[in-house]
Ligand binder design. Structure first.
Ligand code: DGL
Length: 260
């Protein structure tokens, strides 16, 4: 048993998808969520810069005494996860686009991977496509502007649906029946994607990543004691009020969040 908190970070609100699942699986765990909104978006930044931010955020989370860190951001996972693992003594659980389940479940054999430019340009993505893409025809789609839209709290609006139509329309018209969400922000666009393209299969790894984090804690005998009350601490590098508004629009009650 280990009473220390788990750290979760993202450039902003995307990682809340993983946080939601994690709290559902492990309600006794204390969580420190770091939203690096002063540097949002990570997607268009050079990998070296995203790596630098990932190290800075990790140092801040370690100062809060966390026992494990979930890199709830595909862009940061692509840029930094191996370096983070090499540099710090805590376990890291990161995001990997769900290419494998998409390639094996697609009926048309055509898969669209929707991710940020940073993720699509990274080695991790190339390796996963190479290793797990199988015979599927894979189209990489840069979700330009989509994470920003979620961060503004505009998921579930006509402008979100128009943006999703613009991004995914060509790949779906070309026969893709499966869409991989390769950015944690896109979880919050699931309903918009389904409204635009009913019947498409969506592969979202945020739940699996949350489950994996619980498994890592359990294997290390580091789950929270049964008597512990789960708490959520929030660190925001940018505008805290704005972030809390976004959280509320995404269904995360601000009242449940303690300021740090
Ligand atoms: N949520 C992040 C990801 O998973 C990045 C969004 C951004 O900052 O561009 O890639």
């Amino acid at each position: 048993m280990d009473p220390r908190a788990v750290g979760i970070f993202d450039s902003g609100a995307g990682g809340l998808s993983v946080l939601g699942y994690f709290r559902g699986f492990a309600p006794r765990e204390r969580v420190v969520y770091f939203a690096d909104t002063a540097y949002f978006p990570y997607g268009p930044r050079p990998a070296a810069e995203v790596r630098k931010r990932s190290f800075a955020v990790t140092n801040r989370l370690l100062a809060s005494g966390v026992k494990l860190i979930i890199v709830a951001c595909n862009t940061a996972s692509a840029a930094a996860i191996e370096d983070l693992r090499g540099a710090f003594p805590v376990p890291f659980v990161g995001m990997v686009p769900g290419v494998k389940p998409a390639a094996s479940s697609s009926k048309s054999g055509r898969v669209a991977i929707l991710a940020t430019p940073g993720t699509l340009d990274g080695e991790l993505y190339a390796r996963v496509v190479e290793e797990f893409g199988g015979r599927a025809a894979i189209t990489s789609v840069a979700g330009t502007g989509l994470a920003e839209l979620v961060e503004r709290g505009d998921a579930g609006t006509p402008s979100a649906q128009a943006a999703v139509r613009g991004a995914l329309g060509p790949a779906i018209a070309a026969g893709a029946d499966t869409v991989v969400l390769g950015c944690t922000h896109y979880h919050f666009l699931t309903a918009d994607i389904l409204a635009e393209f009913p019947g498409v299969s969506i592969i979202d790894t945020s739940q699996a990543v949350a489950r994996r984090a619980v498994q890592v804690l359990s294997e290390a005998d580091a789950l929270a004691p049964a008597s512990q009350e789960g708490e959520l601490d929030l660190i925001v590098s940018g505008d805290r009020k704005q972030f809390r508004r976004t959280m509320a629009r995404l269904g995360f009650a601000p009242a449940a969040v303690e300021a740090t």
